[in-house]
Design a protein around this ligand. Structure first.
Ligand code: ARG
Length: 469
């Protein structure tokens, strides 16, 4: 078992149960790289400020780099008995490099260390998440392009409402995801200040240089108040909410996929590789992935509530409660990324059933507004037109007719202003192509939206390649 760091003050070793209960290494072990990066910057700063010698700095940095390489190659296994990754790395460094290793923790506390490590780690996690969102957006935009002319009913209250296209409908999700990227980017920006040098809570008497470590670690500056530096977990709350909002989008999309795959809709066919069968019902093809994405949203929302509840009663500054932050935020990010990584190929390989979509358009009178708009174009006030069309729909329902197959005489019996042109007005394809207002489903508008989303995706990829975000 690892040696107890605080043995000088204590006359007994910790109880085994306490040790397990207190330990967070199973959760924070994954931050080893960020921990080592933070320690290297700290050692550089200590030497720069004359707090340790340059020889000690070199020994420390060499030791830290060796530890990183050994963990990465599997030569060193992270010890589950250690309290946390910070203790583990420091103990191993001291074991390997002796006196120099013991100097690393000068002018530092695990409180500013962990706050720094989590930020460094989450910065990388945000990068991974943004990339996955962008990759998913690409799939959606490509699908939207493929189905820019696939007319389907748009719904309100899950009742057929007005005609849109499948492409137009899909793009609504691309817009949500675009905002999600923005939310993660905003959170990353606000988080990007270095807590290092806050020490336990009250800074230090050593002549440190906080701007130095902040710059070394690519932070935009350092936390202005040492107490805030170690107490703040706003960034976890923000990232957890960004995860929840993004999962909510995925969950709504998943719900629609589930509906579309049902026999009642049959708007979408999933590829066999992304669907599952039943152990008893031979006919079944189930959208398990979509259901799981919808289900996992519950856990991600739970993590957000767990974090908010964790923080709400904590006096300043550090409290051990805060160790719980990582389990929640890592789980939210892992879950979101897993969902994005599986949703993208599931959607990419799916096929829309244009025939069924169009068939569904033929029922439900989704061209009733267009019929009213036709009267408006002939000078009838909208409210009057709305009433006339309402009566026509009731008439059709009674007789099992549709607006497309009503005779002109029947139309005229409701208002003599009706003529042959009404058929053109209620034709389903025309109903879509006429919807030319900005952001509406006409093919031209949809193509324009696709172009601007593609530009967003390209701009993001170029920025990422150049390390600008
Ligand atoms: N494992 C701890 C955490 O994640 C590190 C900080 C411990 N600091 C302390 N004073 N006990 O929060």
């Amino acid at each position: 078992m690892a040696k107890i760091m605080w043995e000088g003050r204590f006359s007994k070793s910790p109880d085994k149960k306490l040790n397990d209960f207190n330990s967070s290494i199973r959760v924070d072990g994954r931050m080893y790289e960020s921990d080592i990066e933070g320690s290297i910057a700290h050692a550089e700063m200590l030497a720069e400020c004359g707090i340790i010698s340059s020889e000690d700095r070199d020994v420390i940095i060499e030791g830290l780099k060796e530890i990183l390489a050994d963990i990465e190659s599997g030569k060193v296994k992270i010890d589950p008995e250690s309290e946390d990754i910070h203790m583990f790395v420091e103990a191993l460094l001291t074991e390997r490099k002796g006196e120099a290793g013991k100097k690393l923790h000068t002018a530092r506390s695990r409180n500013d260390q962990v706050a720094t490590d989590v930020r460094l780690h989450l910065r990388k996690e945000i990068d991974r998440t943004e990339k996955n969102i962008i990759d998913f957006m690409k799939v959606i935009v490509d699908k939207a392009e493929e189905y820019a002319d696939a007319v389907m009913p748009g719904y309100t209250h899950l009742q057929r409402a007005q005609p849109v296209t499948f492409g137009h409908h899909l793009l609504a999700y691309a817009e949500m995801l675009k905002r999600d990227v923005g939310r993660f980017a905003d959170a990353a920006k606000r988080m990007n200040y270095s807590p290092l040098g806050s020490c336990a809570l009250a800074g230090t008497t050593h002549p440190i240089n906080r701007a130095f470590t902040a710059a070394e670690l690519n932070f935009d500056g350092y936390c202005a108040n040492s107490i805030d530096g170690v107490s703040d977990r706003d960034f976890c709350l923000e990232i957890a909410s960004a995860c929840s909002i993004c999962m909510t989008h995925l969950s709504r999309f998943a719900e629609e996929i589930i509906l579309w795959c049902s026999w009642e809709f049959k708007f979408l066919e999933l590829d066999d590789a992304y669907a599952t069968g039943s152990s008893i019902m031979p006919q079944k093809k189930n959208p398990d992935i979509a259901e799981l994405i919808r289900g996992k949203t519950g856990r991600v929302n739970g993590n957000l509530v767990a974090l908010l509840t964790l923080m709400k009663g904590l006096p300043l500054a550090y409290n051990k409660d805060m160790q719980e932050d990582k389990e929640a935020i890592f789980d939210s990010l892992d879950t979101l990324n897993d969902c994005l990584e599986i949703f993208a190929p599931m959607l990419a390989t799916s096929k829309a059933r244009k025939d069924n979509m169009l068939r569904a358009c033929r029922e439900g009178f989704i061209n009733a507004t267009d019929c009213a708009d036709y009267l408006v174009r002939k000078g009838v006030p909208f409210r009057t037109a709305y009433k006339i069309c309402g009566r026509i729909v009731a008439y059709c329902i009674e007789r099992g007719k549709t607006l497309e197959n009503l005779s002109v005489e029947e139309y005229a019996s409701f208002d003599p202003i009706f003529d042959e042109e009404v058929y053109e007005a209620v034709d389903m394809l025309n109903c879509v192509s006429r919807r030319k207002s900005s952001g509406a489903p006409s093919e031209k508008e949809v193509k324009g939206e696709i172009a601007s989303l593609k530009a967003f995706i390209d701009k993001f990829s170029v920025k990422k390649e150049n390390g600008l975000i």
